[in-house]
Design a protein around this ligand. Structure first.
Ligand code: ATR
Length: 286
């Protein structure tokens, strides 16, 4: 029997998710349909789309820009949230809470939210052979993208995290908020500074800002060094990576994170584990 999935966004025509999940299904030997779902940019419309999809027998949905926070609110009011979604304050994966359904809760009240973005990053970094256990990591940015990866990085065993942002008080507020939201996040383990002031030797530096969209470049100090540089953006020239490549660091864009977060959603929905390296090669060959 065909299992139905959607990705909800606005805009949505550009989404690569259907192509990615179709490859996952072929690798797993299961029959799925995965469609792009446009939704007007308001909470009532998102709730209506989600409810209609699950009432109609849908198995799982991805949520993308601009709906990740609204999907979070939807799940707070319904079937609950995973720890990663709670701390991220955002949901990218929806499914039905089977325990609630067994109790007789109506489908519309059993919609559960997870967030696989941060673990997708961690899995991609690990697959590159870049060590995280005991690593000194700098994360640049204090928006939604940064927020979603802090707990998974700490769970991966990093030794210390420096959070740098153009606006310092956003970084300090984020650390205060996240350490209150999760017992795993220890405020003492996270330093904050402005991006200008980020200096020293790190194992890994991750760019979680949206600067790649604007064509501007981050003000990176000459005294900032790393072995590995990761930009969560992909699909364009990334001056951040060029800067560290010239200094001899290994670099990666965020394309593998995109595949990684999708694979975790698919695994959550279907129970099938994905060989992400093989899928990434297949997609890059296209
Ligand atoms: P997202 O949800 O994708 O993380 P966001 O919440 O808008 O997007 O956050 C964007 C991040 O990129 C912020 O950390 C922002 O820095 P500020 O908090 O100082 O605004 C950072 N950013 C965006 N444009 C930037 C630029 N030109 N220079 C430096 N940082 C920039």
């Amino acid at each position: 029997m065909t299992q139905h999935f959607i990705v909800i966004g606005n805009p949505i025509a550009h989404s690569k998710s259907p192509e990615i999940h179709t490859l996952f299904a072929a690798q797993s030997g299961i029959d799925i349909s995965y469609q792009r779902q446009y939704c007007p940019d308001d909470a009532a419309s998102l709730n209506a789309v989600i409810e209609a999809f699950f009432q109609g027998g849908g198995v799982g949905a991805n949520v993308t820009v601009p709906f990740k926070q609204v999907a979070y609110d939807c799940c707070v009011a319904r079937g609950g949230l995973s720890e990663h979604a709670k701390v991220a304050g955002a949901v990218n994966t929806l499914l039905l809470n089977q325990a609630l359904l067994k109790n007789g809760t109506p489908i519309a009240q059993a919609i559960y939210g997870d967030n696989t973005d941060g673990q997708g990053l961690v899995n991609h970094i690990t697959s590159l052979g870049w060590p995280l256990m005991g690593a000194r990591v700098a994360l640049i940015g204090a928006g939604g993208a940064a927020r979603g990866v802090i707990l998974p990085l700490i769970e991966a065993g990093i030794a210390e995290l420096t959070l740098a942002n153009r606006t310092l008080n956003k970084a300090t507020a984020l650390v205060t908020e996240l350490s209150a939201a999760s017992a795993t996040i220890n405020k003492q383990q996270i330093k904050t500074c402005t991006t200008d002031d980020l200096k020293g030797d790190f194992d890994t530096i991750i760019n979680a800002t949206s600067i790649g969209l604007s064509g501007d470049t981050l003000p990176l100090s000459d005294e900032l060094k790393c072995h590995y540089a990761y930009d969560m953006m992909y699909g364009r020239e990334l001056p951040f990576l060029q800067h560290f490549a010239v200094c001899g660091a290994q670099t990666s864009d965020g394309y593998g994170m995109l595949i990684g977060q999708a694979a975790l959603s698919f695994e959550r929905w279907t129970g099938h584990t994905i060989d992400v390296v093989q899928i990434t090669k297949a997609l890059q060959a296209h």
